[in-house]
Design a protein around this ligand. Structure first.
Ligand SMILES: NC(=O)c1ccc[n+]([C@@H]2O[C@H](COP(=O)([O-])OP(=O)(O)OC[C@H]3O[C@@H](n4cnc5c(N)ncnc54)[C@H](OP(=O)(O)O)[C@@H]3O)[C@@H](O)[C@H]2O)c1
Length: 291
Protein backbone atom coordinates (compact mmCIF):
# COMPACT_ATOMS: atom_id res chain seq x y z
CA UNK A 1 0.00 0.00 0.00
CA UNK A 2 1.28 3.47 -0.90
CA UNK A 3 0.91 6.42 1.45
CA UNK A 4 -0.35 9.43 -0.47
CA UNK A 5 -0.35 12.83 1.19
CA UNK A 6 -2.68 15.47 -0.27
CA UNK A 7 -2.14 19.12 0.71
CA UNK A 8 -4.92 21.64 0.03
CA UNK A 9 -7.26 18.67 0.43
CA UNK A 10 -10.33 20.86 0.93
CA UNK A 11 -9.87 22.62 -2.42
CA UNK A 12 -11.28 21.65 -5.81
CA UNK A 13 -8.41 19.42 -6.89
CA UNK A 14 -7.84 17.97 -3.44
CA UNK A 15 -11.47 16.88 -3.28
CA UNK A 16 -11.40 15.41 -6.80
CA UNK A 17 -8.33 13.34 -5.90
CA UNK A 18 -10.04 12.12 -2.75
CA UNK A 19 -13.08 11.04 -4.75
CA UNK A 20 -10.93 8.94 -7.05
CA UNK A 21 -8.60 7.48 -4.43
CA UNK A 22 -10.70 7.05 -1.30
CA UNK A 23 -12.00 3.55 -2.03
CA UNK A 24 -8.81 2.25 -3.57
CA UNK A 25 -7.14 -0.17 -1.16
CA UNK A 26 -3.78 0.39 -2.89
CA UNK A 27 -3.53 3.79 -1.20
CA UNK A 28 -3.56 5.15 2.32
CA UNK A 29 -4.53 8.82 2.20
CA UNK A 30 -3.14 11.57 4.43
CA UNK A 31 -5.22 14.67 3.81
CA UNK A 32 -4.12 18.11 5.02
CA UNK A 33 -5.23 21.67 4.39
CA UNK A 34 -4.90 25.16 5.82
CA UNK A 35 -7.65 24.40 8.34
CA UNK A 36 -8.97 21.20 9.87
CA UNK A 37 -12.69 20.97 9.24
CA UNK A 38 -14.93 19.77 12.03
CA UNK A 39 -15.83 16.11 11.54
CA UNK A 40 -13.53 15.69 8.54
CA UNK A 41 -10.41 13.55 8.27
CA UNK A 42 -8.50 16.54 6.92
CA UNK A 43 -5.72 17.67 9.27
CA UNK A 44 -4.46 21.24 9.57
CA UNK A 45 -1.05 21.85 8.00
CA UNK A 46 0.11 25.23 6.74
CA UNK A 47 2.50 24.43 3.88
CA UNK A 48 4.21 27.79 4.42
CA UNK A 49 5.39 26.72 7.89
CA UNK A 50 8.71 24.99 7.26
CA UNK A 51 9.01 23.35 10.65
CA UNK A 52 5.43 21.99 10.57
CA UNK A 53 5.91 20.62 7.05
CA UNK A 54 9.14 18.85 8.03
CA UNK A 55 7.66 17.46 11.18
CA UNK A 56 4.55 16.12 9.42
CA UNK A 57 6.44 14.55 6.54
CA UNK A 58 9.10 13.01 8.78
CA UNK A 59 6.42 11.59 11.06
CA UNK A 60 4.19 10.13 8.33
CA UNK A 61 6.73 9.36 5.60
CA UNK A 62 4.39 9.48 2.59
CA UNK A 63 5.52 7.73 -0.60
CA UNK A 64 3.85 10.40 -2.73
CA UNK A 65 2.98 14.03 -1.95
CA UNK A 66 0.31 15.72 -4.07
CA UNK A 67 0.54 19.49 -3.55
CA UNK A 68 -2.89 20.95 -4.28
CA UNK A 69 -2.52 23.84 -1.83
CA UNK A 70 -2.19 27.34 -3.22
CA UNK A 71 -3.37 30.90 -2.89
CA UNK A 72 -5.60 30.87 -5.96
CA UNK A 73 -7.38 34.24 -5.52
CA UNK A 74 -5.52 35.87 -8.41
CA UNK A 75 -6.54 39.47 -7.69
CA UNK A 76 -6.00 39.20 -3.94
CA UNK A 77 -2.42 38.07 -4.62
CA UNK A 78 -1.73 41.56 -6.04
CA UNK A 79 -2.43 43.21 -2.68
CA UNK A 80 -1.21 40.35 -0.46
CA UNK A 81 2.08 39.66 -2.16
CA UNK A 82 3.87 38.42 0.93
CA UNK A 83 1.19 35.82 1.66
CA UNK A 84 1.09 34.78 -2.00
CA UNK A 85 4.86 34.25 -1.93
CA UNK A 86 4.71 32.23 1.28
CA UNK A 87 1.97 29.89 0.02
CA UNK A 88 2.76 29.65 -3.70
CA UNK A 89 6.56 29.73 -3.57
CA UNK A 90 7.87 28.88 -0.08
CA UNK A 91 5.23 26.17 0.54
CA UNK A 92 6.31 24.12 -2.50
CA UNK A 93 9.96 24.69 -1.52
CA UNK A 94 9.45 23.20 1.94
CA UNK A 95 7.43 20.29 0.54
CA UNK A 96 10.10 19.58 -2.08
CA UNK A 97 12.95 19.65 0.44
CA UNK A 98 11.04 17.38 2.83
CA UNK A 99 10.11 15.00 -0.03
CA UNK A 100 13.77 14.80 -1.01
CA UNK A 101 14.82 13.89 2.53
CA UNK A 102 12.60 10.81 2.56
CA UNK A 103 12.83 9.96 -1.17
CA UNK A 104 9.14 10.69 -1.81
CA UNK A 105 7.68 11.67 -5.16
CA UNK A 106 6.18 15.17 -5.34
CA UNK A 107 3.41 16.21 -7.69
CA UNK A 108 3.18 20.00 -7.75
CA UNK A 109 0.43 21.86 -9.56
CA UNK A 110 1.12 25.13 -11.36
CA UNK A 111 -0.69 27.39 -13.78
CA UNK A 112 -1.03 28.77 -17.30
CA UNK A 113 -0.61 32.22 -15.69
CA UNK A 114 3.17 31.65 -15.67
CA UNK A 115 2.96 32.68 -19.35
CA UNK A 116 2.40 36.20 -20.66
CA UNK A 117 -0.10 35.06 -23.30
CA UNK A 118 1.30 37.33 -25.98
CA UNK A 119 1.45 34.53 -28.56
CA UNK A 120 -1.28 32.87 -30.57
CA UNK A 121 -0.08 29.26 -30.60
CA UNK A 122 -0.63 26.81 -27.71
CA UNK A 123 2.26 26.83 -25.23
CA UNK A 124 4.39 23.70 -25.03
CA UNK A 125 6.29 22.87 -21.84
CA UNK A 126 9.70 24.08 -23.04
CA UNK A 127 8.59 27.64 -23.77
CA UNK A 128 9.92 30.28 -21.39
CA UNK A 129 7.43 31.59 -18.83
CA UNK A 130 6.98 35.31 -18.29
CA UNK A 131 4.26 35.90 -15.70
CA UNK A 132 2.22 39.11 -15.68
CA UNK A 133 0.74 38.87 -12.20
CA UNK A 134 1.85 38.24 -8.62
CA UNK A 135 -0.06 34.95 -8.71
CA UNK A 136 1.77 33.84 -11.89
CA UNK A 137 5.14 35.03 -10.58
CA UNK A 138 4.83 33.33 -7.20
CA UNK A 139 3.60 30.11 -8.83
CA UNK A 140 6.64 30.19 -11.13
CA UNK A 141 8.93 30.74 -8.13
CA UNK A 142 7.26 27.68 -6.58
CA UNK A 143 8.08 25.64 -9.71
CA UNK A 144 11.72 26.69 -9.58
CA UNK A 145 11.99 25.80 -5.89
CA UNK A 146 10.50 22.37 -6.60
CA UNK A 147 13.01 21.71 -9.37
CA UNK A 148 15.91 22.89 -7.22
CA UNK A 149 14.99 20.98 -4.10
CA UNK A 150 13.81 17.56 -5.15
CA UNK A 151 14.59 14.98 -7.79
CA UNK A 152 11.37 13.04 -8.07
CA UNK A 153 9.07 15.85 -9.10
CA UNK A 154 6.18 16.24 -11.50
CA UNK A 155 5.11 19.82 -12.20
CA UNK A 156 1.70 20.02 -13.85
CA UNK A 157 0.62 23.36 -15.30
CA UNK A 158 -3.12 23.54 -15.59
CA UNK A 159 -5.78 26.21 -16.21
CA UNK A 160 -9.34 27.39 -15.59
CA UNK A 161 -10.10 24.59 -13.12
CA UNK A 162 -13.66 23.78 -12.08
CA UNK A 163 -14.81 21.14 -9.63
CA UNK A 164 -16.32 21.22 -6.15
CA UNK A 165 -15.78 24.71 -4.76
CA UNK A 166 -15.49 28.27 -6.03
CA UNK A 167 -14.94 28.55 -9.76
CA UNK A 168 -16.08 30.31 -12.95
CA UNK A 169 -18.93 27.84 -13.55
CA UNK A 170 -20.40 28.43 -10.12
CA UNK A 171 -19.97 32.20 -10.53
CA UNK A 172 -21.81 32.17 -13.87
CA UNK A 173 -24.67 30.07 -12.47
CA UNK A 174 -24.98 32.38 -9.45
CA UNK A 175 -24.94 35.52 -11.63
CA UNK A 176 -27.64 34.00 -13.84
CA UNK A 177 -29.91 33.67 -10.79
CA UNK A 178 -29.56 37.40 -10.10
CA UNK A 179 -29.34 38.99 -13.57
CA UNK A 180 -30.93 38.77 -16.99
CA UNK A 181 -27.80 39.96 -18.69
CA UNK A 182 -24.18 38.99 -17.99
CA UNK A 183 -21.10 40.57 -19.56
CA UNK A 184 -18.16 38.22 -20.12
CA UNK A 185 -14.67 38.83 -21.45
CA UNK A 186 -14.40 37.51 -25.00
CA UNK A 187 -10.79 38.23 -25.93
CA UNK A 188 -8.92 36.09 -23.35
CA UNK A 189 -8.34 32.49 -24.41
CA UNK A 190 -7.46 29.44 -22.35
CA UNK A 191 -8.72 25.95 -21.63
CA UNK A 192 -11.33 24.99 -19.08
CA UNK A 193 -10.14 21.98 -17.10
CA UNK A 194 -12.24 19.63 -15.04
CA UNK A 195 -10.72 18.96 -11.60
CA UNK A 196 -11.67 15.31 -12.05
CA UNK A 197 -9.79 15.08 -15.37
CA UNK A 198 -6.77 16.71 -13.75
CA UNK A 199 -6.97 14.28 -10.82
CA UNK A 200 -7.01 11.37 -13.29
CA UNK A 201 -3.82 12.50 -14.96
CA UNK A 202 -2.12 13.08 -11.59
CA UNK A 203 -2.95 9.53 -10.53
CA UNK A 204 -1.60 8.24 -13.82
CA UNK A 205 1.68 10.17 -13.53
CA UNK A 206 2.32 9.52 -9.84
CA UNK A 207 2.58 5.83 -10.66
CA UNK A 208 5.37 6.43 -13.17
CA UNK A 209 8.95 7.58 -12.84
CA UNK A 210 8.62 10.02 -15.76
CA UNK A 211 9.50 13.12 -13.79
CA UNK A 212 9.44 16.61 -15.26
CA UNK A 213 7.15 19.40 -16.37
CA UNK A 214 3.76 18.66 -17.95
CA UNK A 215 0.94 20.76 -19.29
CA UNK A 216 -2.37 19.25 -18.26
CA UNK A 217 -5.54 21.01 -19.40
CA UNK A 218 -8.67 19.98 -21.24
CA UNK A 219 -8.08 19.57 -24.98
CA UNK A 220 -9.10 22.51 -27.16
CA UNK A 221 -9.53 26.16 -26.26
CA UNK A 222 -12.16 28.79 -25.56
CA UNK A 223 -12.60 32.39 -24.54
CA UNK A 224 -14.29 33.09 -21.20
CA UNK A 225 -17.32 34.16 -23.24
CA UNK A 226 -17.41 30.84 -25.14
CA UNK A 227 -17.01 28.97 -21.87
CA UNK A 228 -19.92 30.92 -20.36
CA UNK A 229 -22.06 30.21 -23.45
CA UNK A 230 -21.34 26.49 -23.08
CA UNK A 231 -22.15 26.61 -19.37
CA UNK A 232 -25.62 28.01 -20.05
CA UNK A 233 -26.28 25.76 -23.05
CA UNK A 234 -25.37 22.63 -21.10
CA UNK A 235 -27.28 23.62 -17.98
CA UNK A 236 -30.33 24.71 -20.00
CA UNK A 237 -30.37 28.29 -18.69
CA UNK A 238 -31.48 31.22 -20.80
CA UNK A 239 -29.33 34.28 -20.19
CA UNK A 240 -28.39 37.27 -22.30
CA UNK A 241 -24.62 37.11 -22.64
CA UNK A 242 -22.71 40.14 -23.82
CA UNK A 243 -19.13 39.66 -25.06
CA UNK A 244 -16.84 42.44 -23.79
CA UNK A 245 -13.14 43.22 -24.25
CA UNK A 246 -10.67 42.86 -21.37
CA UNK A 247 -10.40 46.66 -21.21
CA UNK A 248 -14.01 46.82 -19.97
CA UNK A 249 -13.51 44.37 -17.13
CA UNK A 250 -11.49 46.05 -14.40
CA UNK A 251 -9.58 43.69 -12.12
CA UNK A 252 -6.39 44.06 -10.10
CA UNK A 253 -4.27 41.38 -11.79
CA UNK A 254 -3.28 41.38 -15.42
CA UNK A 255 -4.24 38.12 -17.16
CA UNK A 256 -2.62 36.53 -20.20
CA UNK A 257 -4.68 37.10 -23.37
CA UNK A 258 -3.85 33.72 -24.87
CA UNK A 259 -2.74 31.05 -22.40
CA UNK A 260 -3.85 27.91 -24.20
CA UNK A 261 -1.55 25.05 -23.18
CA UNK A 262 -0.46 22.19 -25.41
CA UNK A 263 -0.32 18.93 -23.42
CA UNK A 264 2.64 17.88 -25.53
CA UNK A 265 4.67 16.01 -22.90
CA UNK A 266 1.68 13.91 -21.82
CA UNK A 267 0.90 13.05 -25.42
CA UNK A 268 4.45 12.40 -26.62
CA UNK A 269 5.91 10.74 -23.53
CA UNK A 270 2.86 8.68 -22.56
CA UNK A 271 0.34 8.73 -25.42
CA UNK A 272 -2.01 10.24 -22.81
CA UNK A 273 -4.71 12.48 -24.24
CA UNK A 274 -6.91 14.48 -21.90
CA UNK A 275 -10.61 14.78 -22.59
CA UNK A 276 -11.85 17.55 -24.86
CA UNK A 277 -12.92 20.37 -22.53
CA UNK A 278 -16.51 20.36 -23.80
CA UNK A 279 -16.89 16.62 -23.19
CA UNK A 280 -15.37 16.92 -19.73
CA UNK A 281 -17.77 19.76 -19.01
CA UNK A 282 -20.73 17.58 -20.03
CA UNK A 283 -19.54 14.98 -17.53
CA UNK A 284 -19.42 17.67 -14.82
CA UNK A 285 -22.94 18.89 -15.62
CA UNK A 286 -24.36 15.38 -15.56
CA UNK A 287 -22.90 14.98 -12.08
CA UNK A 288 -24.28 18.36 -10.96
CA UNK A 289 -27.72 17.24 -12.16
CA UNK A 290 -27.39 13.95 -10.32
CA UNK A 291 -26.71 15.71 -6.99
N1 LIG B 1 -8.51 27.15 -9.84
C1 LIG B 1 -7.96 27.39 -11.02
O1 LIG B 1 -8.61 27.88 -11.95
C2 LIG B 1 -6.53 27.04 -11.26
C3 LIG B 1 -5.95 27.39 -12.50
C4 LIG B 1 -4.61 27.05 -12.73
C5 LIG B 1 -3.86 26.39 -11.76
N2 LIG B 1 -4.47 26.09 -10.57
C6 LIG B 1 -3.65 25.42 -9.56
O2 LIG B 1 -4.24 24.18 -9.28
C7 LIG B 1 -4.01 23.85 -7.90
C8 LIG B 1 -5.32 23.46 -7.24
O3 LIG B 1 -6.21 24.55 -7.36
P1 LIG B 1 -7.72 24.49 -6.81
O4 LIG B 1 -8.58 25.08 -7.86
O5 LIG B 1 -8.01 23.14 -6.25
O6 LIG B 1 -7.58 25.58 -5.64
P2 LIG B 1 -8.57 25.88 -4.41
O7 LIG B 1 -9.89 25.25 -4.64
O8 LIG B 1 -8.46 27.34 -4.17
O9 LIG B 1 -7.88 25.09 -3.22
C9 LIG B 1 -6.66 25.49 -2.66
C10 LIG B 1 -6.50 24.78 -1.35
O10 LIG B 1 -5.28 25.19 -0.75
C11 LIG B 1 -5.52 25.42 0.63
N3 LIG B 1 -4.52 26.32 1.17
C12 LIG B 1 -4.41 27.66 1.00
N4 LIG B 1 -3.36 28.13 1.68
C13 LIG B 1 -2.79 27.07 2.31
C14 LIG B 1 -1.69 26.91 3.17
N5 LIG B 1 -0.92 27.94 3.54
N6 LIG B 1 -1.41 25.67 3.63
C15 LIG B 1 -2.17 24.62 3.29
N7 LIG B 1 -3.23 24.70 2.47
C16 LIG B 1 -3.53 25.92 1.99
C17 LIG B 1 -6.92 25.99 0.65
O11 LIG B 1 -7.46 25.89 1.96
P3 LIG B 1 -8.63 26.93 2.39
O12 LIG B 1 -9.74 26.69 1.42
O13 LIG B 1 -8.95 26.51 3.77
O14 LIG B 1 -8.00 28.27 2.26
C18 LIG B 1 -7.61 25.07 -0.34
O15 LIG B 1 -7.97 23.86 0.27
C19 LIG B 1 -3.31 25.06 -7.29
O16 LIG B 1 -1.93 24.82 -7.30
C20 LIG B 1 -3.62 26.18 -8.25
O17 LIG B 1 -2.62 27.18 -8.25
C21 LIG B 1 -5.77 26.38 -10.31
Amino acid sequence: MQKVMITGASGQLGLALYRLLQDNSAYELLRTSAFANEGSTIQALDIAEEHAVNEYIQAHKPDIILNCAAMTAVDLCETEQETAYRINALGPKYLAAAAEQIGAKLVHVSTDYVYDGMGNEPYTEELTPNPLSVYGRTKLEGEVFVRENCEKYFILRTAWVYGEGKNFVKTMLRLAEQNNMIRVVADQYGTPTSALELARVIIFLMNTESYGVYHATGEGSASWYEFAKTIFEETGKTVDLEPIPTSEYKVAAKRPMYSVLDNKALRERHGYVMMDWRLAFKEYVSELNAE
